[in-house]
Design a protein around this ligand. Structure first.
Ligand SMILES: [Zn+2]
Length: 337
């Protein structure tokens, strides 16, 4: 496949090659581009496939302009692959957890330098999740035109192939398990790094609010100087068609286990403020353009990504039960709703 224009895709294929038989990699869907070119949507898995064990999932590149999201996921995958050569504690960890990677969900958008996929559809507005309350004009998702941003696609159509790929991988690798969590890495919102959890389509709290609050608590306890803001996405804005809302609800309907899908929103305005020239570049609003800043951003988030695989691994030790669950639920309601 011709992947010349996408450095992140070249990097992913190199990592897969380097990993050899230590990981399983497959092309879940191919995205057709103009001129007959096709781009692969990869899923890479490692660790124990036993469905009775927990899983952690890492997703990036859903919005083609937000390259740093794909790069953060690639940096973590690369570090795992390199450590597999010598790190015996990692091998022991992987005996009791499954790790799932889709670093470039929207390679077509990345090749074209657009937020949307090649059909002009915003993948985070394209799921069947429908907001009940009014959403902000355009940004909440619209069906007026693919030429306007935040286009959801035509009503009643199946989801786009990129989203089908994510749904298929989540359904096969994550939902059958007693516990799984995921993070989807984005950039461009505000000046602070945020960890969002569902819902985006309603201000109502999710059924597993206590579990999210407990996860936040153990992260804060073990990383006292972290600078993330944890909040439900609905605190910022409501939107139609959020893919993680849809998959979270699928998990609840199936009822086999707990699935906590998180979104990392890297606050890019801090990078822009330090380097105002970025304002005049389309990529600059979403990505750190200066080398040392990019290195720092890549480093900063590795700890959080690694925390998630450990949290999945040890979920039975921190998931709240009975009375503690009620307390977490009450604290979360007070903090967020
Ligand atoms: Zn995004």
């Amino acid at each position: 496949m011709n992947t010349t224009a996408i450095p992140e895709l070249i990097a992913l294929e190199r990592i897969i090659e380097l990993a050899g038989s230590r990981v399983e990699a497959r092309v879940v869907r191919s995205v057709n581009m103009q001129g007959g070119r096709a781009l692969p949507v990869y899923a890479v898995t490692l660790g124990n496939p036993d469905p009775s064990l927990p899983a952690a999932g890492y997703f990036g590149g859903v919005h083609g302009l937000e390259r740093i999201g794909a790069e953060v996921v690639l940096a973590y995958l690369q570090s795992l692959v390199m450590r597999l050569q010598w790190d015996s504690t990692l091998h022991r960890q992987l005996e009791s957890v499954r790790l799932v990677f889709m670093p470039l969900v929207n390679p077509g958008g990345m090749a074209r330098g657009t937020r949307a996929n090649p059909q002009g559809i915003d993948l985070m507005r394209n799921s069947p999740a429908q907001a009940q309350d009014p959403v902000p004009f355009l940004v909440g998702g619209q069906r007026l035109s693919a030429r306007l941003p935040w286009y959801r696609g035509k009503a009643g159509m199946p989801m786009e192939p990129e989203n089908q790929a994510v749904c298929e991988v989540v359904a096969a690798e994550m939902l059958p398990r007693p516990f799984s969590l995921s993070v989807d890495c984005h950039s461009g919102f505000g000046a602070t790094d945020r960890i969002w959890f569902p819902y985006a389509h309603t201000r109502a709290p999710i059924a597993h609010l206590a579990e999210v609050h407990a996860l936040k608590s153990i992260f804060a306890q073990s990383n006292s100087h972290h600078r993330y803001i944890f909040e439900p996405q609905s605190v910022q804005y409501l939107a139609h068609g959020d893919l993680w809302d849809y998959l979270y609800q699928q998990a609840c309907v199936q009822g086999t286990g707990i699935f906590l899908p998180l979104t990392l929103e890297m606050g890019s305005w801090l990078w822009v403020k330090k380097n105002p020239r970025q304002l005049f570049s389309r990529h600059g609003i979403f990505n750190p353009l200066i080398e040392h800043r990019q290195q720092r951003v890549l480093r900063q988030h590795q700890q959080f990504l690694d925390f998630l695989s450990r949290a999945a691994c040890g979920h039975t030790l921190w998931l709240p039960q009975d009375q503690a669950r009620g307390q977490h639920h009450a604290q979360a309601l007070q903090a967020w709703y």
